[in-house]
Ligand binder design. Sequence first.
Ligand code: ADP
Ligand code: MG
Length: 264
Amino acid sequence: MKGTLEIKDLRVQVEGKEILKGVNLTIHPGEVHAMMGPNGSGKSTLAYTIMGHPKYEVIGGDILFEGKSILGLSPDERAKKGIFLAMQYPVAVPGVTLANFLRASVSAVRGYGKGSGNGRTGSVGSHLMPMREFRRELKENMARLKMDISFASRYLNDGFSGGEKKRAEILQMAMLKPKIAVLDETDSGLDIDALRIVADGVNSLIGPDLGVLVITHYQRLLNYIKPHFVHIFYRGKIIQSGGPELALMLEEKGYEWITEEFGG
Ligand code: ADP
Ligand code: MG
């Protein structure tokens, strides 16, 4: 059960409209799952629901993490349990560097709160991970991801390119060391560069303790990430699951056959 995410007959509505219509999916540690499907089929809805976005109302089924329902938990609490959703659009806070943002976010998720015993760093940093420890981890992770250390000094969202946003996202994931990572690739504006950054990052973080759900509209992402399982998502549910061969089939046939077979 450790690190396992189970989605059971999940039904979700958004603003009164049912979007997810019975999703079943189990992700064990060490597994990479790819979720693919046409625009508007509900892929992002699934990602937001896993993370606990308040707009997405669960009307049936359950989401279990390590055997327990997480439906009653806030996004914050889910993050502390080790569930990570890559943020498509990190909050723009002018004057905050990527490093500061990461230190705040890692400190929050790891629970460097009041009385956590790190007060010796002084009052200013008392709710934050100690600076030396943070810098060391940051350097290690940036080296592992082949990122230039100067990138961490850039102001978050200050003219970040699509690729740089992805880099920041992957670095955040590396720092947070989640047990389950959900990467939702928006359906527009991702160039090959950005796809490759995501793929290289995910590939270098994959290990026996990490379960990954990569959501994408693009078959081509899977030229770089090798999933163990591929699921085709259509109209609020998984209509087919298989191995990597399913992605190849999608690459060949596109999504049109789905409409023909499953109704348009
Ligand atoms: P995908 O990621 O597969 O493109 P989405 O989950 O974004 O699909 O959208 C599925 C459906 O849910 C769409 O019809 C979309 O309009 C609707 N939807 C998703 N999120 C919201 C929202 N926050 N408010 C209103 N409708 C939404
Ligand atoms: Mg989407």
